[in-house]
Design a protein. Structure first.
Length: 211
């Protein structure tokens, strides 16, 4: 029987709506820091909606000498100015959204300061988003790979761009997106898509998206 009070998630960069709809439902959220880094996941990428459709924003990372690097030790690469590129793309996509002006000053600092480690950046992003979304729960970094209670719901690998089929309990609620006149509703984009479009109503959308 699963513990209804705890869930285990991977770290994520401006995670998708599903991620935060689950955070809202569980009083205790474990964030894994002792797993090996996996490419092409939300750990170092998010997906937003631009004028031509979904756009992945990927943080480049420093590759270690060995084939495996623990997520807690993974360093961010600044060989290219990805921060400037990400912010320009976000600005282009959302500057006309209803709540961009309201939230931009909370989001922009993450594209100025250069954090050394991916996990460090992601956790600061996560804490800011929790505050903006009024999510009141406890977030705990794991102490080792096997230390999370077996009764906690393990979604470490389930919330992933590789999983095209969403969990049946996640039923994304539609909201008006910036380019809704061009595209059908795009579910489960980065949380910033919801935040910039719905503002204070984001909490309600998240709450109604997990059944």
């Amino acid at each position: 029987m699963q513990d209804n009070n705890a869930i285990l998630l991977s770290t994520a960069y401006f995670a998708p709506v599903q991620y935060y709809s689950m955070c809202l439902k569980y009083p205790l959220v474990y964030i894994e820091r002792f797993e090996n880094f996996t490419k092409q996941t939300y750990r170092n990428r998010c997906v937003i909606l631009g004028a031509n459709g979904p756009i992945p924003l990927v943080i480049p990372v420093v590759k270690g000498r060995g084939p495996k690097t623990l997520i807690k030790d993974l360093k961010i690469s600044y060989d290219v100015d990805w921060q400037r590129n990400h912010w320009r793309t976000i600005f282009s996509a959302y500057n006309s959204s209803p709540f961009f002006e309201f939230f931009k000053d909370d989001i922009f600092p993450f594209f100025e300061k250069k954090e050394k480690y991916l996990l460090e950046l992601n956790m600061k992003v996560h804490e800011t988003l929790r505050e903006l979304l009024d999510i009141e729960n406890e977030t705990v970094l794991t102490s080792d790979f096997e230390s999370v209670p077996e009764t906690a719901l393990n979604y470490r690998e389930i919330i992933s761009p590789k999983n095209k089929r969403l969990d049946v309990r996640f039923q994304p609620q539609k909201y008006t997106q910036v380019f809704s006149e061009k595209f059908d509703f795009s579910p489960n984009l980065s949380i910033i898509d919801l935040l910039f479009n719905e503002g204070p109503n984001s909490f309600t959308v998240l709450e109604e998206s997990w059944v």
